[in-house]
Design a protein around this ligand. Structure first.
Ligand code: FVH
Length: 293
């Protein structure tokens, strides 16, 4: 988090939970802020704090050189910005709406065609974290625009620039969310297993948190093997050893839906069937890389 340049003004399009937190942080940092939201009235608190409200997207876009969009999904960005494309020409657009990498790339092409400097952003934080260094935002696209507005972006979170490919920030964001949701699903599956015999989720959480946290220490080892390209490196748990059928069976015997774990076991079994059973668990990476493998 760096000291902001309080002279720069920002237009915030979208005042949902996240857009409001971003706009509020800018106001706290002393920036002039113009706001617009599709549904009127959501800006009342921000206006009380000094934001300038505009009734139309066009008026909001005209007001400031930096336009930040934080809308629900990709189609809403086009729905909001297509009609004001001529007002956006010559300005910088930072799009913090969650999109797929290809949607981000499509936005970058669209922006370039209309003379808009484009940066795509991916927020790894909940609204309450905005303004703290623990919040992270990944950016990719126009380096010049990122550098020009860096001090503003840094008021929200720890900023990382991931290069000129506008889809890159989204790719890393979605990959990290994939890891997070698989982990959450794993925890909830375990909670359902113990819950089937009366253990509370709270008790299970207190037991699971230290163990699962410690297990994330294994990521670096997996990464080293994957990047080295040799899954036979000694010291790894083998795929043969990593049979998860007993966990699937135990869940099913208690009426717990164990489909997610069964899917992981199917990926393991395919590697074993292909003759890689003695290789390390990190070889599962190959099953994810090739949908037929
Ligand atoms: N909230 C979070 O924790 C996450 C953290 C990670 C990244 N996200 C992404 O941020 C985008 C906005 O999320 P949000 O939390 O602000 O979402 P909502 O509170 O539901 O607000 C949605 C805003 O989008 C507006 N909107 C929806 N559809 C349209 C449309 N067709 N045209 C114009 N605006 C639209 C909505 O307006 P309204 O319903 O009040 O009229 C809100 O301003 C999102 O991409 C997350 O994935 C947040």
């Amino acid at each position: 988090i760096t000291t902001p340049d309080t002279r720069s003004g920002v237009t915030m399009l979208g005042l949902g939970a996240m857009g409001s937190a971003l706009a509020g942080r800018l106001l706290d940092s002393g920036h002039p802020v113009t706001v617009w939201n599709r549904t009127p009235g959501r800006d009342a608190d921000l206006v009380d704090r000094g934001a300038h409200s505009r009734a139309t997207v066009a008026d909001a876009v005209i007001a400031q050189p930096l336009i930040v969009a934080c809308l629900l999904r990709h189609p809403s960005v086009h729905r909001t910005l297509d009609p004001v494309v001529s007002e956006l020409a010559g300005k910088t657009l930072v799009n913090l709406t969650t999109t797929t990498p290809n949607e981000a790339r499509e936005m970058a092409v669209w922006a370039a065609e209309h003379g808009i400097d484009y940066v795509d952003g991916a927020i790894l934080a909940v609204p309450a974290m905005i303004g703290s260094p623990e919040a992270q935002v990944f950016y990719s696209g126009s380096r010049a625009a990122f550098d020009r507005y860096r001090s503003i972006l840094d008021t929200w979170a720890t900023s990382t620039f991931d290069g000129p490919d506008a889809g890159k920030a989204s790719l890393i964001d979605l990959a990290m969310l994939s890891g997070m949701y698989h982990m959450f699903a794993g925890f909830l599956h375990g909670a359902a297993m113990v819950g089937s015999e009366g253990m509370t989720a709270t008790d299970f959480a207190s037991r699971a948190i230290p163990f699962i946290s410690a297990m994330t220490g294994g990521f670096a080892g997996f990464a080293q093997v994957i990047d080295g390209g040799d899954y036979t490196v000694s010291g790894q748990q083998s795929l043969d050893f990593s049979d998860l059928s007993h966990i699937v069976r135990a869940g099913e015997q208690k009426g717990v839906n164990s489909a997610t774990l069964a899917a992981v076991q199917a990926l393991i079994s395919r590697q074993i069937a292909a003759g890689y059973g003695s290789e390390g668990f990190s070889r599962l990476y190959e099953s994810f890389r090739a949908s037929e493998m």
